[in-house]
Design a protein around this ligand. Sequence first.
Ligand SMILES: C[S@@+](CC[C@H](N)C(=O)[O-])C[C@H]1O[C@@H](n2cnc3c(N)ncnc32)[C@H](O)[C@@H]1O
Length: 163
Amino acid sequence: MGDSMFFEYTSDSHLRLLLRLDRGNAVKKVISRVILKNDRVLDAGTGLLSFMALQCGAGSVTAVDNANLPIAEKLAKENGWDNKITFINADLFDNDIPGIEGEYDVVLGFMYMNNIILDEERAQVVQRLANRYGKHDVKVIPNGIRYSAQLVEFPENDVLTYR
Ligand SMILES: C[S@@+](CC[C@H](N)C(=O)[O-])C[C@H]1O[C@@H](n2cnc3c(N)ncnc32)[C@H](O)[C@@H]1O
């Protein structure tokens, strides 16, 4: 069932991602380096990335998400990609996802929440998808996540030090 009780992806959160041009450009750069012509791509947590994969030469994309799929389907149609993308409405935490078939060259696993606790399990989900549905030389993007921490002072919440 996953951890959707903690966080919900709304069209607003997608819009904020779209406005992060630095992120979008960095992701496009790596996708264009990794994807080869006619690759089969599994997009786990979909959106713009399915379109990027097709622009970069992928032959087909299986796009799985459990939110906002009608918007993605509409955009795919408007951009002429609908005959190359199969959308599947499913929870990626499920063990069996009907519709994911055959073996994939590339797994796009951008289903992270930027939360170190929630993302550990999500990294395992992406790895499980790659092991189960990927070819022997499957490429996973991103192939790791890294967190950094910085000390800050937050007196309002630091009861022990400030009271
Ligand atoms: C960070 S967004 C990434 C969107 C897009 N792939 C991108 O990078 O621009 C994460 C996506 O994963 C989807 N997602 C998160 N958890 C999921 C789950 N358990 N099952 C299916 N989709 C999930 C969200 O609905 C959202 O569309």
